[in-house]
Design a protein around this ligand. Structure first.
Ligand SMILES: [Zn+2]
Ligand SMILES: [Zn+2]
Length: 193
């Protein structure tokens, strides 16, 4: 999996290069690291910013409070959620590209600058970078059954035929009381949270 991620990461880097964005130029964009997030994450990916660049300090006011923001960082750590790597390459690349944009100055949000680069990349290479992804669509495109796992607390697996389903609540004696309708096998309950 790590290999797949780094292969696709460098494909994205090359594509950015071809449209004049030398994203691995540390002087310009800072250092970028990428890894797989093993936590059970709802998000496709995230970009953790470190070492704010003092030359890019922006002070604004929110009511009476002073708000300090930085528009450039010297270090970025991109994490791609494990489940994303099960999807189609184009969707994985879409996620990597989205996070790479966050590494550029003035792009640590989904504002004007972010949109500018997203549009440029979308038009140049047919990406579909947006603020948030559409999980249902992305799973369908990858021919993987989409289950909104976050909603559920329990996964029930038949030990016979391995079919699985999800429940928010479960009866105390479920395992003793019920058998699989397909194969009469015993159920195993896995707590998700
Ligand atoms: Zn984002
Ligand atoms: Zn079964």
């Amino acid at each position: 999996m790590e290999q797949k991620l780094s292969k696709l990461f460098f494909k994205c880097v090359n594509e950015l290069n071809k449209i004049g964005i030398d994203i691995l130029n540390e002087k310009k964009y800072g250092k970028i690291e990428i890894s797989i997030s093993k936590r059970n994450n709802k998000r496709y990916g995230c970009c953790k910013q470190e070492e704010p660049d003092k030359n890019y300090k922006v002070i604004s006011k929110s009511g009476n409070r002073k708000v300090i923001k930085y528009e450039r960082f010297n270090k970025h750590h991109i994490e791609i959620s494990q489940w994303v790597l099960e999807l189609e390459d184009s969707i994985i690349k879409n996620t990597i590209m989205h996070e790479l944009i966050h590494c550029m100055p003035y792009c640590n949000n989904h504002g004007v600058e972010f949109k500018k680069y997203a549009n440029l990349i979308n038009i140049s290479y047919g990406y579909n970078i947006s603020r948030v992804g559409d999980k249902r669509k992305d799973f369908e495109k990858s021919n993987i059954k989409y289950i909104e796992k976050e909603k559920y607390n329990y996964k029930i697996v038949c030990q016979g035929c391995k079919q699985e389903f999800y429940r928010q609540r479960i009866q105390k004696n479920f395992v003793r009381k019920y058998r699989c309708a397909k194969c009469r096998g015993k159920f195993e309950i896995i707590e998700l949270k």
